[in-house]
Design a protein around this ligand. Sequence first.
Ligand code: NCC
Length: 276
Amino acid sequence: TAKLSPEKLLCQLRDRVNVTMIQGSDGPFGASEWQQYLPGKSLSETVGHLGRCAVVSSAGSLKSSHLGQEIDSHDAVLRFNGAPIKGFQDDVGQKTTIRLVNSQLVTVEEKQFLREALYNTGILIVWDPAPYHAEIHEWYRKPDYNFFESYKAYRRTHPEQPFYILNPKMQWQLWDILQENSLEHIQPNPPSSGMLGIVIMMTLCDEVDVYEFLPSKRQTDICHYYQKFHDHACTMGAYHPLLFEKNLVKHMNQGTDEDIYTHGKATLPGFRKVRC
Ligand code: NCC
């Protein structure tokens, strides 16, 4: 199928991608043992009405960007996985409102996850690469990474910190739109944390500035701003359909190409501001 106009695409995202967090009413999570763990308030109640928001990718191209002040000037900042702030404030800022983590980190890196102070700031959201359009029950029995016990352990030690589980339906609703707007077949793997975080912020904020998701002139094979590791796939994608995600964001960008080139910055409207 042909690509939709940016306006139509924004409407599709707004109307077809249901950004919800797991609640007690979601099948197996209604069991009494879960009641004490899931946050009482919804995510939008917890964050309130947000104006300008920033999404900070973990790309190596953030290094020496000096974007810290600009990023912190936003009402809310979303970061990913283990992306640190300490020692990198000048480039990535120091505000963290939401941290989106994948279920691999919560299980495989459980020790660090439960111990490191990095995770204790802001609101946590975990997501898991569930099977394509699986029912909640099916996913619950067979998550990609069984992070549920680790989630509970974290909730027991940090009961006051809001910590949500993303409803996995969202990632496949988003994937369907990615596929429909690409001329090639996309690998049937869920979108990256980056793309999920962008859409989450579009539901919460009036405007979303995304940093170094579309790479700037600082583009590099260095995977993360906080590590020495080189891998081209970090920017272009291997498991995740990252290239298609980036094309979609480029297509919807309301900022200038100059802002992408110099600041790695793309600007997207919040869904509240989209008229269909
Ligand atoms: O690397 P990762 O992602 O934590 O990065 C977060 C998001 O930033 C964007 N990004 C990152 C690097 C780069 N050079 N360019 C980018 O655009 C992407 O949108 C990315 O999603 C993930 O998506 O959850 C991912 O997580 C890591 C890893 O699991 C976590 O960092 C925890 O250690 C994955 N790496 C591996 O499994 C080895 C990565 O594939 C995806």
